[in-house]
Design a protein around this ligand. Sequence first.
Ligand SMILES: Cc1ncc(COP(=O)(O)O)c(C=O)c1O
Length: 381
Amino acid sequence: MPNITLITGDEVNLPFFDLKQQISRMQDEINRAIGGVLERGIFILGAEGGAFEREFAAYCGAAEAVGVASGTDALHLTLRALGIGTGDEVITVTHTAVASVAAIEMAGARPALVDIDPLRYTLDPHQLGAALTPRTRAVLPVHLYGCPANLEPILSFAHQHGLRVIEDCAQAHGARYQGKPVGSWGVAAAFSFYPTKNLGAFGDGGAVTTNNPELAERVRLLRRHGWQERYISQVKGVNSCLDELQAAILRVKLQYLDEWNARRRELANLYSALLANRGVILPHQPDDCSHVFHQYVIRHPQRDRLRASLKSQGIETLVHYPVPVHLQPAYRNLGYETGSLPESEAAARQVLSLPLYPEMTEADIQHISQAVCLFLDKSSF
Ligand SMILES: Cc1ncc(COP(=O)(O)O)c(C=O)c1O
């Protein structure tokens, strides 16, 4: 049976996500983890954070992980630790969460925005040449929706031009490219543990992974005011730590991540089987990748009408993302015209994320698919 939840004013039978179900299934383990932190009485930079960093680095196949306060900070501090700032340019996509772009500006650099490959919704490597200038220092591909970006041509372009590659893995914990986990391909990678991510904390959190121990040390320095010795700043840093409670919760949840990702894939495949050949574009799963379906995103020219039809049946959906970053009011300063990044602009008009989380049932997916098909049948007349 679908889960029943009420959201102010509108009746929602199938919410976009429901974290309460996940938490209730692991309540005892979570309570024990939180209890341990309370007993020790250390809340910032203690044993849980250190243990989580080691476990998460091993999970990602990286030598080091550094816990920080958010995914945005993970990107920002990585850029700063690499010495990227004023006068530098970083190439990334416009079809992403605004944080990917905001972090580049936080570091003082200029985001150079490029279009996506419309099949996988990630950075189109063919666009890199046109965005390259003498000031380009790095490329920041985003593994959007849980689908790894096409890293091989991106890494080879970066290598050819002496650029760093920083992976934005905020939506792709556990995804694999050519059999190897994301987060271990570039010089560094940024993860978010925002509560609804595939691996989510009970608040904000993030991590940087890297195979470069010196880079990890620089991020450690920057996350704590540049202190090697308490209260004496060697460099100008910030206050951005993954706290002990979040680390303890994430250590419990990390043990379930592969199982949850496998369940997401199973449910995504069921959606794709039920919606095949019905006139919607379905998510692409590249052969050499393991997609972790942070979002299950379909595409239709009448997206807004489809969304309204689902809402009228109590099915909550979201749009990731309705306006590409280059067309958002705050980023008009970057100087991109409407029409300049056409694949991203078309995707923003047509994409629709359907509910997908590991605790959903096959019946939930069938119910939503039927509602989508009902709309498609009606709109084809
Ligand atoms: C692709 C992407 N990058 C970066 C971030 C930023 O993460 P956080 O919200 O933890 O700062 C997010 C979070 O929504 C994201 O989806």
